[in-house]
Design a protein around this ligand. Structure first.
Ligand SMILES: [Zn+2]
Ligand SMILES: [Zn+2]
Length: 345
């Protein structure tokens, strides 16, 4: 089969590889669509230690597929839920099942977790295997390309379910890439009064407006902290979502927080941020880290895309496997208006 293989840092090649071996409790899928995640770009650039450990690696953890074949011990229940030919989305992540985190019901942050596309071959290929318990049926009417956005949306659902209330007045989203644009939509769905989106790419801000941002800020031209303070009569933001993973944005997020406000960190960033913690104490603010999603967040994400509550169509750009190497370069060098690229093998 054809697969996109990460061989070494900055070396990714489209080549013929053997079909994946089918384990007894797993399902063989023909990949229908697979999104390229920002973290895959980090993997390509050699900034993802988890991926670098597993080279050569077929990446891709945001995918949908069609059921082709079952392993010998796949249960009758699973076969009935996911018949041959059914279109499914895959929650690519599962815990070890035996550590303290897993036993505390926190398998989505299991220190021994497996993520399909990082710890094992993923969806940037014609075929992929996955444990039967990772399959989710696509809701009626949901296509496989839109369905491949469920993984990305599940990250934001996991956050918003826990921090957003219908009374949250002002939400600021720092970074209007895929995660940020989904955050804008969830803030709108939950009823925020002001939704401010900040990015350095004007095309992304135009989409953010379409998705419900009430005002936008070009980050390298206007001071986003000032903008938010003026907008809120010096009260500040009740919820700030940092969706980039950038030290400066984290600091700014802290500076614009309202009394009792929350700074939610979604963007992955490996490094130290200088941060004044005094206001966190005296203004009873909170810093909230959020990572991955539960099975229920994943299911909810699929439902919200299927119902049209969340618009993913305007964010997606589809390409073939043959174009994928070129797009890896484009996404790193000049992403411009590309918000989410999905490979359709
Ligand atoms: Zn991802
Ligand atoms: Zn575990």
């Amino acid at each position: 089969m054809k697969a996109l293989v990460l061989k070494a840092h900055e070396e990714i090649i489209l080549e013929d590889v053997p079909m994946p071996a089918l384990a007894d409790d797993e399902v063989l899928l023909k990949v229908a669509a697979c999104g390229i995640c920002g973290s895959d770009l980090h993997g390509y650039m050699g900034h993802s230690a988890r991926r670098s450990k597993n080279l050569p690696l077929i990446m891709g953890h945001e995918f949908t597929g069609v059921v082709v074949e079952y392993g010998k011990r796949v249960s009758t229940v699973a076969k009935q839920a996911f018949p041959i030919g059914a279109s499914v989305a895959i929650n690519p992540q599962y815990g070890c099942g035996v550590c303290k985190a897993c036993r505390a019901g926190l398998s989505h942050v299991c220190p021994n977790m497996t993520l399909i596309g990082i710890e094992r071959a993923g969806g940037m290929a014609e075929y992929v295997t996955a444990p039967a318990h990772r399959l989710f049926k696509l809701p009626a009417g949901l296509g496989t390309v839109a369905g491949s956005m469920a993984e990305t949306l599940a990250v934001e659902v996991h956050l918003f379910k826990r921090v957003m209330t219908p009374y949250t007045r002002t939400v600021v989203v720092l970074g209007a890439g895929a995660q940020g644009l989904l955050a804008v939509q969830l803030a709108k769905a939950a009823g925020a009064q002001h939704i401010v989106a900040c990015d350095i790419v004007p095309q992304r801000l135009a989409i953010a407006k379409k998705f419900g941002a009430t005002s936008t800020v070009i980050g390298n031209e206007e001071n986003v902290v000032k903008h938010v303070m003026t907008l809120t009569d010096d009260w500040g933001a009740d919820l700030v979502v940092e969706a980039v993973g950038n030290a400066r944005l984290r600091q700014q997020g802290g500076q614009m927080l309202a009394i009792g406000g929350m700074l939610a960190l979604v963007g992955n960033f490996n490094g130290v941020t200088n941060f004044d913690f005094l206001p966190i104490i005296t203004k009873e603010q909170r810093i909230f880290g959020t990572y991955c999603y539960t099975d229920d967040d994943f299911a909810r994400a699929l439902e919200m895309i299927a119902s049209g509550q969340i618009n993913v169509g305007d964010m997606l750009h589809t390409i073939s496997l043959d174009q994928s190497v070129e797009y890896f370069h484009r996404l790193i060098e000049e992403p411009g208006g590309l918000m989410k690229v999905a490979i359709v093998p």
